[in-house]
Design a protein around this ligand. Sequence first.
Ligand code: AR6
Length: 168
Amino acid sequence: MIELLKGDITKLEVDAIVNAANSSLLGGGGVDGAIHRAGGPAILEECQRIRAKQGGCMVGEAVITTGGNLPAKFVIHTVGPTWNGGKNNEEALLASAYRSSLALAVEHQLQSIAFPNISTGVYRFPKDRAAEIAIDTVKEFLNFSSAEIKVTFVCYDEENYWIYEELI
Ligand code: AR6
């Protein structure tokens, strides 16, 4: 099941919210900053433990931590690609970020997950193409997975919201 919401992902009471992180897992601006601010230090502590073990998170992959003080139980940190004109595998890497996050949710038997519009802020991925990839990848995953999971796309900016509303 797919749902569309406009607003702040840190407010959602779901099993996991997805963070548009960077490979360092040490936080940053945008939705990453908002999640660490609202979730408190427990999230960063767990990110640091993951870093010590596996040295961060590669583009297109995902890791899971506690939700700390958030209403969400877990945060799934994924790293989207930086847009560099589109000839550097950006589309496949963005799809992979969505798929890796969903795979972790299934592995942890989660029933609900909420995604921000990965890579469409600081990383400058064109919003319309990013939305198509996000929706197609999630639909395909849900079609082929036996797990029942509710997926919410959370759009923070007006432009993304209209693009998603048109597509869903
Ligand atoms: N809730 C939901 N969506 C949000 C929120 C929020 N509270 N705040 C911003 N967005 P960005 P990226 C939307 O830049 O492009 C960070 O510094 C925003 O409108 O957060 O993947 C990381 O550490 C946009 O549509 O992530 C990385 O270094 C979307 O979130 C880098 O930015 C993604 O924008 C990742 O860049």
